[in-house]
Design a protein. Structure first.
Length: 1171
């Protein structure tokens, strides 16, 4: 909208007024108000709406027109934060809609009222405590009323419009419920998402995905947030909306920062900055986040080299500052905690510690953790004794946090904190701060009751003292970052591509025609300073050129030890096999093939695999021997010793290589395998050796025999190709990737293929091997073949009947090929045959994608005869999806294969399982062949709950359960309560997870009332370590005496139930260690301490005193507590604790419990059964 458009509207209004066309004037006023609101000028928009409203008295039949004006006025007043006036006008709008009996307008009125209540609720300065609760209730009721009215609009509006209304209401409900931390918010999000997707409401779908991704970020579900941001990015590309793509990249970057992947987040922010955004606000946000990524990179480099705790604390604090100013509060909180820990180690001053605890408290408040915020504010006060101004600010913040919590019992604490803030601000001489505290006190009390404080407030107001608004200093940490300093080299990172999933391959601006990046060139040219600078600028260390080589390959190939060390320290992959055209050559192959002994030794020290083989079976030891054969004459004694040491180390690491060199005569030369020629003299040697070997029963050639299977054996006759006379150099130069390859498999004679010629050329090597480095080495040929040689085709050695092996997951299958059908059967036929065999063995049928062992994909229409010439031992079947019938049918099929009748009572349960997405078979000991049920459940999609409480397991059913669990990717709740789970059974499940190399996505696990005991603790610990998302764990009555041992690999727990277990003092200490790695909110140790004086009170007191303690509920019933145990709790701040269960402890007196209750004001204490 431009000023010219507004002037045009004003002209049209004047013309309509002069012609007394009041309806046209009304429409133009509302149209202009919409344009002004979109521009952000709500004041002028309000004037236009007021004018339109005044015209309604003069327009006949204008009741609905008046209602529309009231609605727009209410929306405009909401933008101006005049909520009471907005509600009044919106209610007038609703009354008119009811009187006109317009269901459509009533629906809109309730929806607009709901938005007004929600925006008012989100305004934290004007909606706190009971007022916030009331607003939330009204917003919920308004949304539900609006949703009910939508159902009555079947004939009034189209199906698409009705879907749009319904989806928006569900989205509003999701936002409202999320603000109240209601678990039903996710369900509302999913309903809105389904409606918007089904009806292709792209604009609303963008808003829904954006809100849902933000919701997952706030809840700490970083992976889900990243996935949804990727979906939003795809939608933005589809709609060609730069603003949507920018928002998606912001969300991706935020989620990646939450996960700790700062480099990938940096690439996402750079993509956001690249978008052509029309709004200056969006462009400023993009610049801010890009500067944030630069600061993150800078601080990460500083922390890598810095050991001083004081300086590390400063860096962590800076990280927390920039993250919090960009709204990334949870990652900021982690950095502030690190800063406080480092500052404590460094013995920082009181002022510094106070500032850090203030930052921690503010950040906890931002994430809604008000209990932790109060704890940190109170810790800050201990460092503010000599600074009354900061102490006053802290007391004011404490009062505001208490108001946020909204508990009536805390009103006295609020007033006490505000009075202290007033006194301290007066002591500091800060009149503006004193006025702010007094005004806050007046708002809390509904008018200051203390006459003295009231007169002081009037005095300050009469002196025109402005109340201050405390805040941060904006973007001071980001303002000095210059975007011009960002290196273009980072744009070669795969994450920088405009995608979330698989990056698109393209030629980068900073690459040459071979695809070599600046880091590649620096490694080839041997410039360590350049390499170091590129790494500091964030250049990806594992980038590939067009052929697939990484910088480490080049540095090892040229023997630059210092550069190799830099790359490995920066995270280069020492065992990288290169790209598709690199023949699986590792950097160790490169170093060995050029005789760089020092590089070989260093790579071996850093974990390089000496037994790695290229696609042609070469090991690094083979490559080094060939190099020694060619270059021994040029080595001096010192170089010879180093090379001997490298060869000895390679032999020690890979003894199999020596056996391979004994079985095949080595060659000192290189030839190209793709177009290699053979001389007639080779045939007798091959035939004699081949005849002496036993024949393989199948058509597949095993790895140890692959050197005799040549691609030219079954080729049709071709024109004779003559050899050109060539003279080869005595020593081999370091190869260039663009013109040569690594050594390929050798023939029985020493030959080299010259790639510069058009035909296959076979010549013996001219150089002679000098020096006896290994008794097994053969001497090289001296003569040069001068006559031309014709390459003769050989008859095929592949028998008419063959077989192939296909491995699916960890199971190999032998697939025979019908005689003479290898050229007719396709890869698709092989995949189908393998899937059928897997079905008969396992019970589920996979949809397969076949590849070679090196990852090369096989086309479905390719024939099988091409596989019989390849030097590989088996085909790999990768599972794309599962072709499964309904669950009851799978169960019946399992029973048929077993030869037993299916249980008729189970069929309804299995049908319900598919409908409700949970499997419940509780107290079903009468079910026979339970293992068949578990076999049928394998790979069941979207199965969320698995509950077999009270159903006794047998060895057979446990084996089936262990095989089933790793296949349930959506399972989040597993209940094995009272299932006779003995230690051996736990080990079976744990070992199955280890073999499958998979993790369970469980958030809740219940193993209560099972005799796990001491023998089962170790496998249970392994099982829990394979549950990286576990939040709720129930181990009641499992005979576990050392919970710390069981939980040592768990770091995500929020609720822990270990009641009715025989815990002793050592168990207590191990339990305390759990709080160091988990943010527990609920702890239940009911009836776990049979002896009086177990020290439980001291333990609980130490737990409550921890700075990272966030317990909300503690259950200590029936633990033989005595009054002395409670003394350890008197001086402990309640923090986040709201409930303490002390029932069933006869050693406690009500007097002691009441005294504890007076100390822990906000904690509800249950003490039934005390004296």
């Amino acid at each position: 909208m431009s000023k010219k458009d507004l002037r045009t509207i004003d002209r049209d209004k004047c013309r309509a007024k002069s012609e007394n066309q009041l309806r046209a004037v009304y429409d133009l006023c509302l149209y202009k108000s919409d344009l002004l609101r979109a521009k952000g000028d709500s004041d002028d928009a309000l004037e236009e709406i007021t004018e339109a409203l005044s015209l309604c008295d003069q327009i006949p039949d204008s009741e609905l027109d008046r209602a529309l004006a009231y609605r727009k006025m209410g929306e405009c007043l909401v933008d101006l934060q005049r909520y009471d006036d907005a509600k009044r006008h919106l209610k007038q709008y609703l009354d008119i809609a009811k009187s006109a009996d317009s269901v459509l307008e009533q629906q809109r009125a309730w929806a607009t009222l709901a938005r007004c209540y929600f925006v008012h609720l989100q305004d934290g300065m004007s909606a706190t405590g009971s007022k916030a609760t009331e607003l939330r209730r009204k917003a919920l009721n308004a949304n539900l009323r609006s949703l009910q009215l939508v159902e009555k609009l079947t004939d009034a509006v189209s199906e698409r419009e009705r879907a749009e209304m319904t989806g928006r209401i569900f989205l509003n409900l999701a936002l409202l419920r999320e603000s109240d931390e209601d678990e039903a918010a996710m369900e509302s999000y999913q309903k809105a998402l389904y409606i918007f997707t089904k009806h292709k409401l792209h604009e609303d779908l963008c808003r829904c995905l954006n809100s849902l991704s933000n919701a997952h970020l706030r809840m700490g579900n970083d992976t889900e947030a990243l996935v949804i941001a990727g979906r939003l990015l795809d939608l933005g590309r589809q709609l060609k909306r730069p603003d949507v793509k920018c928002d998606a990249q912001f969300l991706r970057g935020a989620a990646l920062i939450h996960t700790g992947d700062w480099e990938a987040a940096r690439s996402a922010f750079k993509r956001a900055h690249k978008q052509k955004l029309p709004a200056e606000e969006d462009r400023a946000r993009a610049r801010r986040y890009l500067k944030l990524s630069c600061v993150l990179r800078e601080c990460e480099l500083k922390l890598r080299d810095e050991a001083d705790p004081a300086k590390r604390s400063e860096v962590f604090e800076k990280l927390g500052d920039v993250l919090s100013r960009c709204g990334l509060y949870r990652p900021a909180l982690k950095q502030y905690v690190n800063a406080a820990d480092e500052a404590t180690k460094a013995g920082a001053s009181n002022r510094k510690m106070g500032e850090l605890y203030a930052s921690l408290a503010e950040t906890c408040k931002d994430v809604g953790d008000f209990g932790s915020a109060l704890t940190y504010y109170r810790k800050e006060l201990t460092y503010r004794d000599d600074d009354p101004k900061e102490a006053a600010l802290t007391h004011l913040n404490v009062a505001r946090v208490l108001l946020k919590k909204g508990m009536k019992s805390e009103q006295a604490d609020v007033r006490r904190a505000l009075v202290q803030a007033v006194e301290l601000s007066r002591k500091a001489g800060k009149l503006s701060l004193e006025l702010e505290c007094l005004e806050e006190l007046g708002n809390v009390e509904g008018g200051i009751r203390d006459p003295e404080l009231g007169s002081r407030l009037r005095e300050l107001q009469s002196r025109n003292v402005d109340s201050q608004t405390s805040g941060s200093d904006g973007e001071s940490d980001l303002s000095d970052v210059q975007l011009d300093d960002i290196s273009d080299t980072d744009e070669s990172d795969p994450e920088f591509q405009d995608t979330v999933r698989r990056p698109c391959k393209r030629v980068e601006d900073k690459r040459n025609n071979k695809g070599e990046s600046p880091l590649h060139r620096a490694c080839i040219e041997g410039k360590p300073d350049r390499v170091q600078n590129l790494l500091k600028m964030g250049h990806s260390v594992n980038v590939r050129d067009h052929a697939g080589w990484q910088p480490l390959h080049e540095a090892a190939n040229h023997g630059y030890l210092k550069i190799v060390q830099m790359l490995v320290e920066a995270g280069a992959k020492v065992n990288d096999p290169g790209g598709a055209e690199c023949s699986r050559l590792t950097p160790l192959h490169d170093a060995a093939g050029n005789g760089h002994a020092e590089v070989i030794l260093y790579l071996l020290e850093r974990g390089a695999n000496a037994a790695a083989k290229s696609v042609h079976g070469k090991t690094p030891l083979d490559c080094l021997r060939e190099w020694m054969c060619e270059n021994s004459s040029e080595l001096d004694d010192s170089a010879r010793r180093v090379v001997e040491e490298a060869k000895l180390r390679l032999k020690e690491r890979c003894s199999k290589c020596e056996e391979s060199t004994n079985s095949v005569t080595p060659s000192c030369s290189v030839f190209r395998a793709d177009t290699s020629g053979r001389t007639e003299d080779d045939k007798p040697t091959k035939e004699s050796i081949s005849d002496s070997e036993p024949k393989q029963p199948s058509g597949w050639v095993y790895e140890e025999d692959y050197v005799w299977l040549e691609d030219d054996l079954a080729k049709p006759a071709a024109k004779p190709r003559h050899l050109a006379q060539t003279t080869l150099p005595v020593t081999r130069k370091k190869r260039s990737r663009s013109s040569s390859h690594f050594p390929q498999p050798r023939s029985t004679k020493s030959m080299r293929y010259n790639k510069d010629d058009d035909v296959g050329i076979v010549v013996p090597s001219e150089d002679h091997c000098q020096g006896n480095f290994d008794d097994e080495e053969d001497s090289c040929s001296h003569s040069l073949l001068e006559k031309s040689v014709m390459v003769q085709p050989q008859p095929s050695m592949i028998p008419a009947s063959s077989s192939l092996r296909v491995r699916i997951e960890d199971k190999p299958f032998f697939i025979p090929i019908p005689p003479g059908m290898a050229a007719k059967k396709t890869i698709q036929w092989l995949a189908t045959e393998a899937a059928e065999r897997y079905l008969h063995l396992v019970g589920v049928k996979p949809v397969l994608r076949l590849t070679l062992s090196d990852g090369a994909l096989l086309g479905p229409s390719d024939t099988l005869d091409c596989l019989l010439h390849l030097p590989s031992t088996e085909i790999v079947g990768e599972v794309d999806s599962w072709d499964m019938p309904a669950l009851p049918e799978r169960y019946v099929g399992e029973c048929d294969r077993k030869g037993v009748p299916p249980c008729p009572n189970l069929l309804p349960v299995l049908r319900d399982c598919e409908a409700r997405r949970d499997f419940s078979l509780r107290f079903s000991n009468g079910v026979r062949h339970l293992d068949l049920v578990f076999r049928a459940l394998r790979h069941q999609p979207l199965l969320g709950t698995f509950d077999i409480s009270g159903t006794a397991l047998s060895p057979t059913s446990v084996l089936a359960l262990a095989a089933c669990l790793p296949t349930l990717e959506s399972l989040n709740c597993l209940v094995l309560r009272c299932t006779c789970l003995v230690p051996d059974y736990v080990k079976i499940v744990s070992d199955a997870l280890q073999r499958s190399k998979s993790k369970l996505a469980l958030t809740e696990l219940d193993l209560s009332y099972n005799p796990i005991g001491r023998d089962g603790m170790s496998p249970l610990a392994q099982l829990l370590s394979d549950c990286p998302k576990l939040k709720v764990l129930r181990l009641d009555a499992c005979k576990i005496a050392d919970p710390g041992l069981v939980l040592q690999g768990v770091s995500t727990l929020e609720r822990l139930y270990v009641g009715h277990n025989p815990l002793d003092r050592a168990g207590l200490e191990s339990l305390a260690a759990v709080f160091g790695s988990n943010r527990l909110k609920v702890l239940d140790v009911t009836n776990s301490f049979p002896a009086v004086g177990s020290g439980l009170g001291r333990l609980v007191g130490s737990i409550f005193s921890r700075p990272d303690c966030c317990l909300v509920e503690a259950r200590l019933s029936c633990c033989n507590l005595v009054n002395d145990d409670l003394e350890h709790l008197f001086c402990v701040p309640s923090g986040t604790l709201t409930k303490l269960d002390l029932t069933g402890n006869p050693g406690l007196t009500y007097a002691a419990v009441n005294e504890l209750s007076s100390k822990l004001v906000n904690v509800r204490i249950a003490a039934d059964g005390c004296k």
